[in-house]
Write a protein of this length. Structure first.
Length: 202
């Protein structure tokens, strides 16, 4: 069974970002894949070795530093999680939380960046539709996820997001997976690789 951890969904719940996991689990159900979703709150001890997929979405600015402080003690475990090719997806301003892992730098924009987004990606075919509403963008321009046609990318370029192994960080919201079926299928297929399918008869 696949185990999905949703980090701090009560604090980081702007813009209907829980729709990303609704879209992903719908795709898993279509593939007859068994899964469970664990909601992680501030009282929960992380058990990273038990998770196959971690998701964290956008939240109010006042919660971002609190969440980062909670995750700091897990720095080495999170790096090991990523190095073991498990999946971590951060969307919207949640990207600012993970700069402590030292994979990328974050730059703060005094003026909030608000844009409709049209982009392409090597992860799937077709155009990606999304939205940006954030003060936080990734500064690093290596290992990008999206090529931006409309919107703003890392360090004010047309290259957006960051990926390393199966760690994906993007400022795009939407919810991103709910709006982009092929991208959602990419993550579902990535997650179900090597997982047995259960076929129900009757």
């Amino acid at each position: 069974m696949i185990t999905i951890a949703h980090l701090y969904p009560y604090e980081l719940a702007l813009y209907g970002e829980n729709g990303n996991l609704k879209a992903l689990t719908y795709e898993l159900e279509k593939q007859n894949i068994k899964y469970k979703v664990i909601l992680i709150d501030k009282e929960t001890k992380l058990e990273l070795e038990k998770y196959d997929f971690i998701y964290i979405g956008s939240g109010r600015e006042k919660y971002l530093e609190d969440v980062k402080k909670r995750l700091l003690p897990y720095k080495e475990e999170l790096i090991n999680y990523i190095e073991s090719d498990k999946i971590l997806l951060a969307t919207g301003n949640a990207i600012s939380i993970f700069d402590f892992l030292d994979f990328y730098e974050i730059e703060y924009h005094e003026k909030r960046e608000v844009h409709d987004v049209d982009a392409t990606t090597s992860l799937c075919t077709g155009n990606i539709k999304g939205f940006q509403n954030t003060n936080h963008l990734i500064k690093t321009t290596k290992n990008i996820i999206f090529n931006i046609n409309e919107g703003i990318g890392n360090h004010s370029t047309q290259m957006e997001g960051f990926t390393y192994k199966n760690f994906y960080a993007t400022s795009l919201i939407g919810p991103l997976l709910a709006r982009n079926d092929k991208l959602n299928q990419y993550f579902a297929n990535l997650l179900t690789k090597n997982q047995p399918k259960v076929f129900l008869i009757g």
